[in-house]
Design a protein around this ligand. Structure first.
Ligand SMILES: [Cu+2]
Length: 218
């Protein structure tokens, strides 16, 4: 066998071995085959919901407001109507780029309705910002059942199922909750006054797809 043939055989063997490993991985992890499916999630399954909060979105030509987006298939899509599979553990990750806090009623500083009534917080999303030390302060992660009022930028609250998650400034927050039965529809709302006007409840706070919207269980 000359060197060229050896080389080609080596590549062929590598391809066959790696394909086998890949197929094995998909069989071991069936969710890999269809990560974005909502309709096929079985009872007791897990579904990932990724949300991104960005600031300075143009509400109109004169006003910029913060907004929640759903990160799906590599793009940011509207959070006005979020569909979730029924009777499924929903694993939520919220990436918040907002580095400013907003006033929030004291009762919303506590985490409720999540697994163990806890969230896991990671700092700091603003790694490229102009904050202290260029913002590069990765403080690891920690679990908590409440966030100090002065540190809250937004909340992700679904009163209909008793879910309340305070979102600290410049952070990534993870938690999970059970979605319950199909056919239910709930309102999600941020309760930190991050909108416009004297009350802070104008524009973003009262407009679906910004700081409020619907969750439908299917
Ligand atoms: Cu908000």
């Amino acid at each position: 066998m000359d060197m060229n043939s050896k080389f080609i055989y080596s590549i062929l063997i590598a391809v066959v071995v790696l394909s086998g490993v890949g197929i094995g991985y998909v069989i071991q992890h069936p969710n890999m085959a269809d990560p974005d499916s909502t309709s096929t999630a079985a009872t007791g399954g897990v579904y990932n919901l990724n949300l991104v909060i960005t600031t300075n979105n143009y509400f109109n030509s004169t006003s910029q407001q913060p907004a929640y987006y759903v990160l799906q298939n590599g793009t940011l899509t509207s959070s006005a109507n979020i569909a979730l599979p029924a009777n499924t553990l929903i694993e939520v990750t919220i990436f918040s780029y907002d580095d400013g806090n907003a006033p929030v009623p004291a009762s919303y500083q506590n985490v409720t309705g999540t697994t163990n009534n806890q969230i896991t917080v990671f700092n700091n999303t603003n790694v490229n910002s102009s904050e202290t030390n260029n913002g590069i302060q990765l403080n690891g992660s920690w679990k908590t059942g409440s966030v100090p009022l002065g540190d809250i930028a937004h909340t992700f609250t679904v009163s209909g199922i008793g879910l309340n998650v305070p979102i600290p400034v410049s952070s990534i927050v993870q938690f999970s909750f059970e979605s319950g039965n199909a056919g239910q529809s709930y309102t999600w709302q941020c309760y930190a006054d991050c909108g416009s006007g004297a009350s802070g409840w104008g524009q973003a706070m009262s407009t679906p797809g910004w700081m409020t919207g619907t969750i439908s269980i299917q």
